[in-house]
Design a protein around this ligand. Structure first.
Ligand code: C5P
Length: 253
């Protein structure tokens, strides 16, 4: 039986499946957390709020600390504009970036062309249906198919447009993995590790999945925010989740 220290050593050697969501209003708060984390155990996600206040220099600062960065700006515009935005984001040296699949195949192909103009080669993924949407809000914008069918349709369009993967809920991961094959990258938020008492803290997420279950469902990377950012000891929680991921992926191998 391997102890936690040697499991952690092993997970540092592997590509980390954990992406910590830096949902902060300023760089000082984000850096306070980042300085407690280990880049061999996680990647970092910078979203619209932090990017708007902290800018590209902050992303470059994270990269200079050896972290891989997922720039979560969900571009959605005319193809030419999205292509230029994706090229600019790629030039920052980010590891992953994203667009909205509902921008259509012409926009996604243009995004891919933008990425390929950069000397860096980030993963380009697409958001299918936002998990904040329900059947009513989907109908409001003229889409009357079920959410599940719409997610699958947009994920397939993402794949045929040449992108590397999609953001989806961990529940959707199983069917998308089956339908889209093992190379397609699935990035899943809504992850909650079990607490010591076996319970999970859902926060405002309505459907949550444990790290091991998400990986078993076929997720490639797990986006995790508050369970790590709000922890008393973020590094300890990160280490425990990394060990859980390693155990799950060893069983999958
Ligand atoms: O704190 P928590 O783990 O819930 O954070 C999840 C992160 O994933 C946040 O940055 C949130 O915006 C993002 N996200 C999500 N659900 C989606 C897409 C992104 O929770 N469908």
């Amino acid at each position: 039986m391997q102890n936690i220290e040697s499991k952690l050593q092993d997970s540092k050697i592997q590509d980390s499946r954990i992406i910590v969501a830096l949902d902060y209003a300023n760089n000082a708060s984000a850096l306070n957390l980042v300085n407690q984390l280990d880049p061999s155990l996680c990647k970092l996600k910078v979203g619209k709020e932090l990017f708007t206040v902290a800018g590209p220099q902050f992303v470059e600062q994270l990269i200079s600390k050896d972290f891989k960065v997922f720039l979560d700006l969900k571009f959605h515009d005319i193809p030419n504009t999205v292509a230029k935005a994706c090229e600019a984001a790629s030039n920052l040296g980010v590891w992953m970036l994203n667009v909205h699949a509902s921008g259509g195949s012409a926009m996604m192909q243009a995004a891919m062309e933008g990425v390929s103009k950069s000397k860096h080669t980030p993963y380009l993924i697409a958001v299918t249906v936002l998990t904040s949407m329900n059947q009513t809000s989907l109908s409001e914008i003229g889409i009357d198919t079920s959410i599940e069918d719409q997610v699958l349709k947009l994920a397939k369009l993402t794949q045929t447009s040449g992108l590397h993967g999609a953001v989806c809920s961990a529940q959707e991961a199983q069917i998308l993995r089956r339908q889209l094959g093992k190379e397609f990258c699935l990035v899943t938020p809504g992850i909650r590790p079990k607490l010591g008492n076996g319970q999970v803290n859902q926060d405002d997420q309505s459907r949550v999945v444990t790290p091991a279950d998400a990986l078993n469902n076929g997720a490639s990377y797990l986006v995790i925010g508050r369970p790590i950012t709000q922890a008393i000891s973020p590094l300890k929680v990160l280490e425990a989740i990394a060990a859980e991921c390693l155990a799950a992926t060893s069983l999958l191998a």
